[in-house]
Design a protein around this ligand. Structure first.
Ligand code: OOG
Ligand code: MG
Length: 254
């Protein structure tokens, strides 16, 4: 059977619009492979409007264990999905939102190429910040294969970014991470949870993009991957992500 990537993208877009989960694509399309997953994601990217950057996914053991996929993936960030600091998250617009703490890189200059390393990423970054990513799988109960979740733009939902600080002098492997929901600590980590170093995760992204002749541009942001398992949220919850040296971001859900 030939897979029509536009058709699969339309199904995922409809799930977003209907706020209704769908079955994973792989059951029906046994042959859905990673390249097809990225081709579907590219269809969604073309339709997404202005983009503000990229996101890594499944870079930490905690995240990989939560969804049963053990390789890193990437997706795009649409400007329309950015939440402002202090703005509430409308859970009614989402299907099954979960929140995860991430270290966000803000590019001060373009960065591209097949040999980019973590050091290059840090040198090219104007700032690093605390981020909360709100993921929202379009697949029922977050049941998916690696190709499925790539097609679904790595479950991207909403995101909020704190005030950036210069990366100089901060060992991003060692910064402590605390995720709280309603005043209770639900998970902890350190920066090293994301592929050994959050900047190494971004470097992996840059090398992957280079294969498609793409790269990062000055002004773009990159979510470098959830550092803890993601915490489900519902209306009334308040989530706080704190990262040593970088600060704290709070997100209220209604
Ligand atoms: C995949 C989303 C992955 C991350 O930071 O690991 C991701 C999922 O858990 O549904 O955004
Ligand atoms: Mg994430």
């Amino acid at each position: 059977m030939t897979v029509n990537t536009a058709d699969l993208a339309a199904r995922l877009a409809k799930a977003v619009a209907d706020r209704t989960a769908i079955d994973q694509l792989s059951g029906e399309f046994g042959e859905l492979d990673l390249a097809t997953g990225y081709a579907v994601q590219r269809e969604l990217r073309t339709a997404a409007g202005p983009l503000v950057g990229w996101k890594l996914g499944l870079t930490s053991r905690a995240k990989q264990a939560q969804v049963g996929v053990s390789d890193p993936i990437y997706g795009f960030l649409a400007g329309a999905n950015a939440l402002d600091l202090g703005a509430p998250l409308d859970t009614g617009n989402l299907i099954q939102p979960r929140c995860e703490p991430e270290i966000v890189f803000m590019l001060g200059r373009d960065l591209a190429g097949p040999h980019v390393t973590a050091a290059d990423v840090i040198a090219a970054s104007a700032g690093v910040a605390v981020g909360i990513e709100v993921i929202d799988s379009r697949y029922r109960d977050y049941r998916f294969t690696m190709a499925d979740v790539v097609a679904d733009n790595t479950s991207a939902g909403r995101f909020v970014v704190g005030a950036p600080v210069p990366p100089a002098g901060i060992d991003l492997r060692l910064v402590g991470v605390v995720l709280e929901r309603n005043g209770e600590v639900v998970a902890t980590a350190s920066g090293a949870a994301s592929l050994g170093h959050p900047a190494a995760a971004v470097a992996w992204l840059v090398r992957r993009l280079a294969a498609d002749g793409e790269g990062l541009h000055a002004g773009e942001i990159v979510f470098s991957g959830g550092l803890t398992a993601a915490a489900p949220v519902t209306a009334g919850d308040v989530v706080v992500a704190s990262i040593d040296r970088l600060g704290t971001v709070e997100l209220g859900c209604r």
